[in-house]
Design a protein around this ligand. Structure first.
Ligand SMILES: [Zn+2]
Length: 173
């Protein structure tokens, strides 16, 4: 058994690296189990104060959901467990470097840290687009992108924000 990390240690001290190694082992196991159950080879978990809050695995094909990546699943599950939309104070442990979508999801979730094991090159070797998407994000959306993005400028384009800012009881996030 390893020792309990300090309660404030989402930024780990030296010995809480042991925890993160164990959590990473768990994420890699989740990824392997995911493959054996018909999912993609990715697993992730969210931990807080030295405890695992929730786990997730890739469920793109099993749930017909292209954004059901392991990290997104873990973030969603953690928010449900903690009954919050902010994962401040949490760490996201993932078997593979997050793709740009999951990286953005982690930013929106406000986790303190991300720890990954396999990287975008490992994912590419496994047949996944992570590196390709990272390369795309280095460039401005345009001719190199597999989809078109168009700006349609309507006169009321800011009305949703005006409505939002005028709402006294809005919940900022
Ligand atoms: Zn992803």
């Amino acid at each position: 058994m390893t020792t309990q990390p300090e309660k404030t240690s989402s930024r780990p001290k030296a010995d809480s690296r042991d925890f993160e190694r164990a959590w990473m082992e768990q994420s890699i196991s989740l990824a392997i189990t995911s493959v054996n159950r018909g999912g993609g080879p990715f697993g992730a978990l969210v931990a807080k104060d030295g405890e695992v809050v929730a786990t997730g695995n890739n469920q793109v094909t099993s749930t017909l959901d292209p954004v059901a990546h392991a990290e997104v699943s873990a973030l969603r599950n953690a928010c449900k467990v903690l009954n919050t939309f902010s994962l401040e104070g949490c760490v996201l442990i993932t078997s593979c470097e997050p793709c740009p979508m999951c990286l953005a999801a982690a930013l929106w979730s406000r986790v303190d840290r991300i720890v990954y094991s396999a990287d975008r090159h490992d994912a590419a070797a496994g047949g996944f687009d992570d590196r390709k998407f990272y390369d795309l994000f280095e460039k401005k959306p345009g001719s190199d992108w597999p989809l078109e993005i168009e700006h349609l400028d309507l006169p009321n384009r800011t009305e949703p924000f005006d409505t939002w800012l005028a709402k006294a009881d809005r919940i900022a996030y």
